[in-house]
Design a protein around this ligand. Structure first.
Ligand code: C2E
Ligand code: CA
Ligand code: CA
Length: 707
């Protein structure tokens, strides 16, 4: 008897298959990311769900072609076909959730899925057999060998495609993940239908409809089976979801949310320049790698890669060249590691490589050697040769500690590699350990300092050099550590910058500074306040908007607020600095160049900058009376600054002779211990109020208070 077609079942089959594939995507991703003790349970539940789902879909497909036949619902053959479906489910889960799909694995899955599907089909057809005897089938089904070969190849191909897709999508971080999944789900639906159609051409079933105890006729049975099959599929998917929910992460939510979050945050997981995973994605990857290595009792290494001499490239060759070099670096790093390793970009010129499945340090060495050597090779960008190198620090899991420690320790080893002369790699060791432990402690302390708001501001008065009237102040941050007491910025600002916490801290400084100006105003004091900006704040495109918002919120006139940027920072980030200056100018925000003259001092540099104030570094001031050259330089800076209409402030004025010299040279304002150390807000306001009366700021009068 030849097959007939039940057309209306086709859309049902397609949507059921597509849905099943879509759910499977989520399952495989979960399995890949989960490594808890519940993974084994999840693995079984997912495999059974996928197997049973496939089995149900298979019946829907069978009904398309044999819907007008009668089925024996509970037969040994049908039970056997379910077992085969389960083995397919297990194969899919086991192979696709592996980190790397090997060739053998792929072929194995293709064979299991291809042969399995056919076996399932063959066994289920026995449902059409009234004898209910599996071994009798051959008497009722005739085979067409060529069709069989074709059918098997189709099933094998479709199996390969689905396993490759499942395996690939789980760590895909590009755009349109949702769309890709939907497209592949639909393709899978069509493939399953096609497999059944080709299978059908391989057999000719001679069946008779005979009554038996659970024998239903015609449409009624079709409908019952379809409903049963689908309910089964959906129920299983949801049971799995509930199961997973019990283990804290809701699969249901996950299935719905992963889509949303991975798709909308894909950009949040990928570095837009190099297309590598970013810090966030890498953290996730590291987490799962650690869990995987625990399962397999294997070792993993984290290589922290920092480019040497990269920063000057942006300034001397321009940003487009810098960007091109970073893209090439990404390519070379990817080529230097093995397929099972992951490379990510976690900062401007900082990369990391996750080296998995290693047995000893000896396995790591050739890989990091390849990394170091590949970066040492010259880069050719727009016809220019660029030479850089990299320093690599390596920490090994579990030897060098948990996930948090691993990053910090690899970073510490990288710093050691830099110290040792760059262009090399260094394993984390006990020598680095003590330094790194301090860093770890600092990291934790800083995080809790931010959470508990352990910071405060002190204010150092700025006075007029000539008449010594109080004209403003500089805000300086203090960390009131719960056990270590007051910590000065020199001790924690560099660490906060390294840990990427500086933005949070400085945002607080800017807002607290604005609040202080407001409180002073409410108290009748017109406080002109200077606030220090950190290097990282340059990179924040919303900085100007934020400042304007704060000014609006606290009703602060433009004249009351100024931002200080260090000369070294400005020189190192010249283009960004100039860009920021333009934005500041447009928003009428005043800028001072801090610590001027502390580094490679360049007078001509001043001419090209759109700034309002120059702060002479205290090193300069300290020597003003000691050597003539210093005095001549200060003289030159003040003249040039005045010619450019800039305010000049001297920092670190400690003696009366220094003050006199500065006043003689025409310096506008000064700060320093001679006048006052940084003091509390209350003391500053008291000072202003007292001096408002006499409008004169007399040193000896308050020095005791300030100290
Ligand atoms: P800076 O901006 O150059 O601040 C001046 C530093 O010189 C202050 O140190 C101040 O206490 C100190 N100082 C003032 N007068 C004298 C003097 O007569 N003699 C000597 N020897 N030193 C004097 P402090 O408060 O320890 O701050 C150090 C640095 O930390 C600051 O240098 C600034 O770069 C940074 N800093 C302070 N507060 C902040 C902040 O809120 N954000 C950022 N990003 N950096 C800050
Ligand atoms: Ca400053
Ligand atoms: Ca300074």
């Amino acid at each position: 008897m030849k097959a007939s077609y039940d057309i209306w079942l086709i859309p049902l089959s397609l949507s059921a298959s597509a849905f099943a594939m879509y759910v499977t995507f989520g399952f495989v991703e979960n399995l890949y990311r989960t490594a808890s003790q519940h993974r084994a349970i999840l693995f079984n539940v997912y495999s059974i769900a996928i197997g049973t789902g496939l089995w149900a879909i298979h019946f829907v497909n069978l009904l398309i072609f044999y819907g007008n036949q009668a089925f024996t619902v509970f037969s040994l053959a049908i039970f056997a076909s379910w077992l085969v479906a389960l083995s397919i489910g297990y194969t899919i889960c086991a192979t696709s959730s592996k980190k790397v799909m090997t060739f053998n694995c792929l072929i194995f899955s293709g064979i299991v899925i291809g042969l399995g599907s056919y076996l399932m089909f063959y066994l289920s057809l026995s449902g059409l057999n009234e004898t209910n005897n599996l071994w009798n089938l051959s008497t009722n089904i005739s085979f067409y060998p060529i069709s069989l070969l074709l059918a098997l190849s189709t099933a094998f191909g479709a199996g390969l495609l689905s396993v490759v897709t499942l395996s690939w999508i789980k760590h895909y971080i590009g755009d349109n993940k949702l769309l890709i999944k939907v497209i592949f789900s639909v393709i899978t639906g069509i493939a399953i239908l096609a497999i059944h159609a080709t299978f059908n051409t391989t057999v000719d079933v001679q069946s008779q409809i005979v009554e038996s105890q659970i024998l239903l006729a015609d449409k009624t049975l079709s409908e019952v089976l379809i409903t049963l099959g689908l309910i089964c599929l959906f129920l299983l998917a949801f049971v799995v979801a509930l199961y997973y929910e019990k283990f804290n992460t809701s699969t249901l939510k996950h299935l719905l949310n992963t889509q949303k979050s991975t798709d909308s945050a894909n950009s949040g997981f990928k570095d837009p320049l190099t297309q590598l995973p970013n810090r966030r994605a890498f953290k996730r990857e590291l987490e799962t790698a650690i869990k995987r290595s625990e399962r397999a009792s294997s070792t993993i290494a984290l290589a922290y890669i920092d480019l040497d001499h990269f920063k000057p490239i942006n300034d001397s060759h321009g940003h487009h060249v810098g960007d091109a070099v970073l893209m090439l670096v990404a390519q070379r790093l990817n080529a230097a590691v093995r397929v099972c390793d992951t490379v990510a970009r976690i900062g401007g010129d900082e990369f990391v490589a996750l080296i998995e499945e290693i047995k000893s340090d000896e396995d790591i060495i050739p890989i990091v050697e390849r990394i170091v050597n590949s970066i040492k090779e010259p880069f050719l960008v727009s016809g220019q040769q660029i030479d850089i190198s990299c320093s690599v620090g390596i920490a090994v899991y579990p030897r060098d500690g948990d996930m948090e420690r691993l990053m910090i320790r690899a970073d510490a080893a990288m710093y050691k590699a830099k110290e040792n002369g760059k262009n090399q790699f260094k394993f984390f060791d006990s020598e680095i350990e003590s330094a790194s432990d301090k860093m770890l402690e600092m990291h934790r302390d800083l995080q809790s300092a931010i959470e508990n708001n352990e910071f405060s501001l002190e204010f150092q008065p700025k006075v007029n050099c000539k008449n010594q009237s109080l004209e403003g102040a500089e805000a300086l941050i203090r960390w009131n550590h719960p056990t270590k007491g007051v910590i000065l910025p020199k001790k924690f600002i560099p660490a906060a910058e390294r840990f990427g916490l500086i933005n949070q801290i400085n945002d607080w400084v800017v807002e607290e500074g604005c609040r202080a100006i407001r409180r002073a105003k409410d108290d009748g004091v017109d406080l002109k306040l200077s606030i220090n900006l950190a290097r990282q704040q340059f990179r924040n495109p919303k900085l100007v908007d934020k400042i304007l918002q704060l000014r609006k919120r606290y009703k602060i006139p433009a004249a009351n607020l100024m931002f200080e940027i260090k000369e070294t920072t400005a020189i190192k980030n010249e283009n960004q600095f100039k860009h920021l200056l333009l934005q500041f100018k447009a928003a009428e925000i005043k800028v001072a160049l801090d610590d001027f003259g502390s580094q490679q001092f360049s007078l001509s540099y001043l001419q090209h900058l759109n700034i309002d104030e120059v702060k002479l570094d205290k090193v300069f001031i300290g020597q003003i009376n000691e050597n003539k050259a210093s005095r001549a330089l200060v003289d030159a800076v003040i003249r040039l600054a005045h010619a450019l209409d800039l305010n000049v402030v001297a920092e670190g004025v400690e003696t009366e002779t220094q003050r006199e010299a500065l006043a003689d040279l025409g310096c506008n304002q000064m700060q320093g211990y001679l006048i006052s150390k940084p003091i509390s807000e209350r003391k500053l306001l008291n000072l202003f109020k007292r001096l408002n009366v006499i409008d004169q700021f007399w040193v000896s009068d308050h020095q005791s208070e300030a100290a």
